[in-house]
Write a new protein. Structure first.
Length: 68
């Protein structure tokens, strides 16, 4: 599964990154790279929780990220 990351720069200069396929997975960073790293880490935590609870589909076991 390839998870798309959407990035946007806020009016205050911060970056926000979001993974639309994982509800609630969004993170801010002072730089684009920081926002990317934070949202990827959060996405992996969410996926790990789903795996632990048997809620993940097999496609999540083969995962890549792609920044838009």
């Amino acid at each position: 599964m390839k998870l798309q990351i959407e990035l946007e720069r806020e009016a205050d200069g911060r970056w926000i990154a979001e993974v639309p396929d994982l509800a609630g997975v969004m993170a801010y960073g002072q730089t684009r790279d920081e926002a990317l790293a934070r949202v990827q880490a959060l996405a992996l935590r969410v996926i790990a929780e789903r795996l632990e609870h048997g809620e993940a589909s097999p496609s999540l076991l083969r995962l890549t990220f792609q920044a838009a």
